[in-house]
Design a protein around this ligand. Structure first.
Ligand SMILES: *[C@@H]1O[C@H](CO)[C@@H](O)[C@H](O)[C@H]1NC(C)=O
Ligand SMILES: *[C@@H]1O[C@H](CO)[C@@H](O)[C@H](O)[C@H]1NC(C)=O
Length: 214
């Protein structure tokens, strides 16, 4: 009995923590329940993982967000739920520390799964050109895509940033397309030839980098 109460307490705590982390008002218990239902095949027993924010080394005041159904870097805003992402780790038949397991990215606000485009072979040189290497999004949460569209964390450097590698094609990594990232930079994939600052990321639910959560 006491054990049940403790378990229930833990669950409530996890839910409360999520609401606090995501900012009161931007992420309701109803939304939490909806997500829990969507992800029920992935998390049949436990609470959802904490969402992460995605930062680029080149400009840490920016976060990955969804604008016009496109994944872009934009000014960090703790009240914008599209800046929160779930890393859904694949279960692995061989034992691997969780941080090294492939994961998919699901937006906490929209439940859309990030779809990795095939590399187009094109190297657009300005923002105005169409960029076929940009990340795509499923229309809704899609369990099959969540299982297929996988990323693997690269080895962290001394500063804690790492490349985010396309699991099925490790020659490609997550990229703030065209570099010199700014508000509005589209995020995509690109050949991982250098460890330029627009190819280095942190995915973290930990404060205070660079936020303190409300
Ligand atoms: C932060 O996001 C919230 C929710 O989307 C929005 O209402 C607010 O205007 C944003 N703040 C800034 C400074 O953009
Ligand atoms: C980071 O991006 C913001 C918004 O585009 C810009 O105002 C700021 O100057 C940039 N910082 C650096 C170090 O590039």
């Amino acid at each position: 009995m006491a054990r049940h109460a403790a378990a229930a307490g833990l669950l409530v705590w996890a839910v409360l923590l999520m609401v606090v982390v995501l900012g009161a008002g931007s992420y309701s218990p109803t939304h939490e329940r909806r997500l829990q239902n969507l992800f029920s095949a992935l998390f049949p027993k436990g609470p959802l993982p904490l969402p992460v924010r995605i930062y680029c080394k080149q400009n840490t005041t920016l976060n990955a967000a969804i604008r016009d159904n496109t994944v872009v870097l934009t000014k960090a805003n703790s009240s914008d739920p599209t800046q929160m992402w779930f890393q859904l780790y694949s279960s692995s038949s061989f034992v691997q520390p969780i941080g090294l397991r492939p994961f998919s990215l699901v937006n906490a606000a929209t439940s859309q799964v990030v779809v990795i485009p095939p590399f187009s072979g094109e190297f657009p040189s300005c923002l105005a050109e169409p960029n076929n290497n940009q990340l795509q999004l499923t229309e809704n949460f899609d369990l099959n895509k969540a299982r297929e569209e996988l990323w693997t964390r690269g080895a962290p450097r001394a500063d804690g940033f790492y490349q985010v590698i396309v699991t099925k094609d490790p020659s490609m990594t997550l990229n703030g397309l065209l570099g010199n990232v700014r508000d509005g930079t589209v995020i995509g994939i690109y050949p991982s030839t250098t460890q330029a600052e627009n190819t280095l990321w942190k995915l973290t639910s930990a404060s205070p980098f660079p936020f303190s959560f409300p």
